[in-house]
Design a protein around this ligand. Structure first.
Ligand SMILES: [Zn+2]
Length: 338
């Protein structure tokens, strides 16, 4: 009779058993390739699934084939957050198989009715957020049109193929239990999955090599806009508190030493926040003006990508009471508190 392996050896075997397999898929987007993670045993499960393009689909087929699998073999596709680079192929996989698409209840509507949800975002941006940020009409209309396009170009997942879970639930993947953690900031509805015994962390776009973008979300009915960067930083400190061996990010190579990365990112955020404060002191008062100053080294067409972080620095300064904001002719005007 063979002896029960030494506990350390047992843990090592456990870790190697449940290790998610990284599949990198092209997106054709500025963000670069996206990661999906495959568990082959005890049943094939895919976490996130890439954008809905032919190139991405072919790359997924080729990657699954290495494990003698096709999309029809997948029992579950688990979505970390319903952004098109993570959930774009879910409808196609569901149509080809009995596969259930799992997502937190928080993100359910984006999966089953992307046209409506992106449309609501586009309206909020046009009528409120971009106007208040002082973005010129032409640029605002381009952004709005982009979201309308994404909404109409994203295939909805039929409701009967969707299975929701809740924050705090445990998902069985790779023969182990992963806890669902709510990690808002990049997206309000983002979830990460944590496996406590092996200390593995499926991080979605929460922990990335580059600080995730704090996307401005449409406020819930009768509520003020939620400040995405302060929320992201709260999520970062919750990640910092977790005992993590390996982080499996939504983009880029898996990594260790998550605390070092978080500290570096927080330091940078505070430095950039200080630079934003200095620009307000120098007499720049609208988000648009500040964006053009902050990203002056980029051509105008590329500066808009910086707006999310800039709004975040302003939200942090507001929360700290260093600056105030008033609305003048429908546009936010920031000034230094005396
Ligand atoms: Zn992403």
């Amino acid at each position: 009779m063979s002896e029960f392996p030494h506990k350390t050896e047992y843990n090592r075997l456990m870790k190697s058993h449940i290790k998610p397999i990284r599949i990198e898929l092209p997106t054709g987007l500025d963000v670069g390739p996206v990661n999906c993670y495959l568990f082959t045993e005890p049943e094939p499960i895919l976490v996130d699934c890439g954008v809905g393009t032919t190139e991405s689909w072919e790359a997924l087929l080729a990657a699954l084939a290495q494990y003698s699998l096709t999309p029809a073999d997948l029992r579950r596709v688990v979505i970390t957050h319903p952004h098109i680079d993570h959930s774009g192929q879910a409808a196609k996989i569901a149509a080809l198989s009995d596969c259930q698409v799992w997502i937190a209840d928080l993100g359910y509507e984006w999966l089953v009715d992307p046209k409506k949800m992106f449309g609501l975002r586009a309206d909020y941006y046009r009528d409120h957020f971009l106007r208040e940020a002082g973005i010129p009409k032409e640029l605002s209309e381009m952004v709005q049109a982009y979201y309308v396009y994404v909404g109409s170009d994203t295939t909805p997942v039929p409701a009967d193929s969707v299975q929701t879970f809740k924050v705090g639930d445990w998902l069985e993947m790779g023969g182990a239990n992963w806890q669902v953690l709510h990690m808002p900031g990049h997206a309000r509805h983002q979830t990460c999955f944590y496996q406590p015994e092996s200390q593995q962390f499926l991080a979605a776009d929460m922990l990335l090599h580059k600080t995730p973008t704090p996307i401005v979300e449409r406020p819930l009915p009768n509520q003020p806009r939620q400040p995405s960067l302060p929320i992201l930083m709260e999520s970062l400190s919750r990640c910092e508190a977790l005992e993590i061996d390996t982080v499996y990010p939504g983009h880029g190579e898996p990594f260790q030493n998550h605390r070092e990365l978080i500290q570096k990112q927080c330091q940078r955020i505070h430095r950039r926040k200080g630079e934003t404060f200095a620009l307000i002191q120098q007499g720049h008062h609208t988000a648009y003006d500040l964006m053009n100053q902050m990203y002056a080294h980029h051509p105008p067409a590329f500066r808009f990508a910086g707006l999310w972080m800039l709004i975040g620095y302003l939200d942090l300064l507001l929360a700290e009471g260093k600056i105030g904001v008033e609305t003048v002719d429908g546009v936010w005007r920031y000034s230094v508190n005396k």
